[in-house]
Design a protein around this ligand. Structure first.
Ligand code: 3HC
Length: 391
């Protein structure tokens, strides 16, 4: 199988690496040889680590031999599938898709790894909108098991099924959305975590380190929320925030991310964001205080509210949301499973309390209100987002 990946940045090079590890022949396209050579080094470095750990049997050289780098789209003339992973600028994506539409065989599928731009908007500029689909990977792609598959309103069922199977062939677990929503499942929930983290700090309730300590030490997340924002890239976080809110999600006033982006402090990629890293592009775990006064149910309250919204609107079910958070963000357990354990009544109280202070986005979702009013307060009551047997 032959696959083209356009864009060799943080996500693109990782996706190319994943496809090559799965035995596919990969054409990696970008605008300069410098960028491509850097991507090659990063793929090699990652493959070396995976090989040393025994995750892959093949040597890095063997896997790399399946990847061809190019500054021309011509190498994509006989691919079966193409994935775009360029920056989140609609005009740029449109240009890439016009090129791919011109070069890639007419029967092949064109996928986008966009984190938030509607797939329908991208598909519309091609002559094959029923063959354009969202295939959303997570950073770092070689380690994160999730792929969200997002059919647009035009995508055919065959194309969606093919993409789900392709994700499996790449060793990933696909979660397929029933209907496309801005930010999909992952980034709608991620946005809510970013918003609450920001509100905590900008309202003076907690420090950045306290929020992150609670996320890591109480919720047992692999990274704090600000640490994760740094890891993903603060420019990416600001972009996805803007795109999702512009398309109807409620906003929370916040300047912490944007002001750092304005200072060109983009997180791990520039070596500085909320925290300082050993070198640009080099992540190392940040050190955090062991104790924090931030209640864990407050940190996830807005995200859980969003989960209820996704269920209420029949986009995905509770298990699918939890798969997204476990496999896309390496949560030790699902977000809604955590909510059930902490108590949905507590989550609802946190939302109500913040909402009463004038934060409109915290208006509790009717599904959550109904669950709590019916006594479905989570694990302790035997029913919440899940049903629990007596122990
Ligand atoms: N390739 C291969 N190996 C890698 C790697 C890569 N790209 N990155 C890290 N590793 C390896 C390290 O070498 C290390 O291996 P070792 O155990 O053999 O020494 C191991 O992974 C652990 O790495 P670290 O010691 O550096 O740090 P952590 O223990 O914190 O793990 C992490 C790093 C796996 C990234 C973990 O912190 C994590 O899961 N964080 C959450 C990541 C996340 O949420 N990603 C999703 C972001 S959202 C997104 O991408 C969507 C977009 O649209 C915004």
């Amino acid at each position: 199988m032959r696959i083209a990946v356009v864009g060799s940045g943080t996500m693109g090079h990782g996706i190319a690496e994943v496809a090559a590890m799965a035995g596919m022949e990969v054409k990696l396209i970008d605008i300069s040889w410098d960028i491509l050579n850097r991507a090659k080094e990063r793929m090699y470095d990652s493959l070396k680590r995976l090989h040393e750990r025994g995750t892959i049997r093949e040597t890095p050289d063997t896997v790399m031999s399946r990847i061809e780098i190019s500054v021309s789209y011509d190498v994509a003339k006989d691919v079966d599938f193409a994935i775009e992973a360029v920056p989140e600028i609609l005009e740029l994506k449109r240009k890439v898709f016009q090129e791919l539409d011109r070069v890639v065989p007419k029967e092949s599928i064109l996928a986008t790894n966009t984190s938030s731009i509607p797939i329908s908007d991208i598909g519309e500029i091609t002559s094959r909108k029923e063959k354009v689909i969202g295939m959303h990977f997570f950073n770092p792609p070689p380690l994160m098991k999730l792929v969200e598959v997002i059919p647009s309103k035009y995508t055919s069922e065959d194309v969606t099924r093919y993409t789900v199977e392709l994700a499996k062939k790449m060793g990933k677990t696909p979660v397929r959305l029933r209907v496309e929503v801005p930010g999909f499942v992952s980034n709608r929930i991620f946005l809510r975590l970013l918003q609450e983290a920001c509100r905590e700090v900008e309202s003076g309730e907690a420090t950045i380190e306290e929020v992150d300590s609670s996320a890591r030490n109480k919720l047992k997340l692999p990274m704090g929320i600000f640490e994760l924002a740094d890891y993903v890239g603060l420019d990416v976080a600001v972009d996805l925030w803007k795109v999702i809110v512009e398309r109807g999600a409620s906003d929370v006033k916040c300047s912490s991310y944007k002001e750092r982006v304005d200072r060109k402090e983009l997180g791990v990629k520039t070596g500085k964001g909320f925290y300082t890293y050993p070198a640009p592009g080099k992540y190392s775990k940040v050190s955090l205080p062991p104790e924090s006064k931030v209640p864990p149910e407050r940190i996830i309250s807005l995200a859980v509210n969003e989960g209820a919204w996704l269920i209420e609107n029949n986009i995905v079910n509770a298990e699918e949301i939890d798969t997204v958070m476990r496999l896309g963000f390496n949560f030790p357990k699902g977000l809604l499973e955590m909510a059930d354990e902490l108590g949905l009544d507590k989550i609802l109280n946190a939302l109500r309390e913040i909402h009463s202070r004038g934060y409109e986005a915290y208006s509790p979702n009717p599904l959550l209100v109904k669950m709590v009013s019916q006594g479905q307060t989570g694990k302790s009551s035997g029913r919440g987002f899940y049903t629990y047997g007596k122990t």
